[in-house]
Design a protein around this ligand. Structure first.
Ligand code: F6R
Length: 250
């Protein structure tokens, strides 16, 4: 595991965008796993700018999104389909035919895992982390062997997601997410976190024993993970100086 602690959100986003761009330049036909949410938003913005200035092309990539809310139309501005279109697909030369979301495979979500497998697995997976340590929408106590499936969102996640919705009653309570096993099969993973509301989750994921209580802790067992944090999200991790105690090589 490689861990970068950047000074702020902009620096974190630049680091992530540079790594992704380099990767796509070297692997123009790669399969990317994509996260949504506020964390990767600036990274996508920078990728769009790199495309515009001809530094990279996404023409031949395929993309698989981590998750999508259940029950939202794809043109609903809060849907992850919409998010990806606005933040990445419409700003680059990604071929929309090569972009996939788990809800598109309803109700047979096994087909999503099969499709990922048939494409040779995800080459580079981008992840955020929930304040409760979730990855995708694999909430605490999710099975580490889980595959793509429909899940109920935890109270904590519904509360966190409420900031994107005008009315509380509109916040989805279910979603379809890649499973933890689906994510762990990715060949390379980038985990991004920013803001002090993530410091507990980051600490639990990186420094505590691997446990289903913090789904992101399973990443300690993956052979190729890059973690990019800003100072705020890394605060507890740095302050307690648990580097030596953890099994992580920085
Ligand atoms: C989104 C996803 C979630 C988010 C996490 C953090 O596709 O899979 O796990 O990455 O909830 O969300 P933000 O970035 O909004 O804090």
């Amino acid at each position: 595991m490689k861990i970068y602690i950047e000074k702020d959100y902009n620096a974190l986003s630049k680091k992530a965008a540079d790594i992704i761009t380099d990767f796509v330049k070297k692997n123009s036909k790669c399969v990317l796993g994509l996260a949504t949410g506020s964390t990767p938003q600036k990274t996508y913005d920078l990728l769009g700018k790199m495309y515009k200035t001809k530094k990279v092309s996404f023409k031949n990539i395929k993309t698989f999104n981590l998750d999508e809310y259940s029950g939202l139309a794809t043109n609903n501005p809060q849907s992850y389909h919409y998010f990806m279109k606005q933040n990445f697909f419409d700003k680059t030369d990604v071929n929309i035919k090569n972009t996939f979301f788990p809800t598109d495979f309803a109700p047979n979500y096994k087909k999503y895992d099969k499709k990922i497998k048939d494409e040779g697995e995800i080459d580079l997976q981008i992840l955020g982390i929930g304040s409760n340590g979730h990855i995708g929408f694999n909430e605490p106590n999710s099975n580490f062997f889980s595959k793509t499936r429909q899940v109920k969102l935890s109270k904590n996640t519904i509360k966190d997601n409420a900031r994107f919705f005008k009315n509380k009653k509109d916040v989805p309570i279910k979603a379809v997410t890649m499973g933890i096993n689906t994510i762990m099969r990715a060949k390379k993973i980038i985990l991004l976190a920013n803001g002090s509301n993530k410091k507990e989750a980051v600490f639990n994921a990186l420094c505590k024993k691997v446990s289903t209580k913090t789904p992101a802790s399973i990443l300690q067992n993956h052979k190729d993970v890059i973690v990019i944090l800003d100072k705020e999200s890394a605060e507890k991790f740095t302050r307690l100086n648990n580097f030596a105690k953890s099994k992580i090589k920085i």
